[in-house]
Design a protein around this ligand. Sequence first.
Ligand code: HEM
Length: 201
Amino acid sequence: MTSPSPLHQSLKESTRGAHDQIERNAVLKRLLADDLTKNEYTAILARYLGFFHPLEENLSSQPELRRNVPDFEARTKTRKLEHDLAALGLSPEQIARLPRTERVPNAATFAKAIGVLYVCEGSNLGGRLIAKHLSKFDFFRDETSSFFEIDPQVVGSRWKAFLDLLSALPQDSGFIGEASSAAGLTFSTLDSWMAGALTSK
Ligand code: HEM
């Protein structure tokens, strides 16, 4: 195994506390509960859409990110969430009207965009564990699970490709600091946004 790049090491270490905190998020914890309902699952995916949609729009307009991550589209979550929500019974109009966050982490520079993308990509790792738990529910079927149910081999190879990309990027303290603070902000804004999933309409 190759040793982690300084950039990856900093992203991981500087967000460890934020990851621990998001694992304690009361809404996300419901995903691992034995009595999760279809309505809760739908509300949580709807809330995720309200975060990832504006976030991925921001990321997709960062030209250096698009150049360095040619498979960016395949990595995005918005379309998967829309697909799953439609299969759970929401109409296109209902999906379009779901609230989107106005507090989107800034991804205007390449370093910031990399920090944001790190959080998005890393979430697939925990997603495998969540999908394993969800697979016992009858509402978690092929059509309703594309956001979480990512083939473990695909997750593994995408993550490895992302870590290889991190190794090839600038490793100076300016770039690392900017990426790491954007990653921290992405965790904290998602944490507060998700907290509203089961209370707002
Ligand atoms: C709520 C339940 C969650 C659980 C149980 C969970 C669990 C995990 C686990 C087990 C790993 C390590 C996987 C491995 O090394 O193979 C991991 C990594 C990671 N997770 Fe989560 N996670 C959760 C939520 C999230 C969320 C919501 C995000 C961000 C949107 C996130 C971002 C990350 C990141 C960035 C990593 C990679 C850390 C690294 O650099 O190695 N996780 N998670």
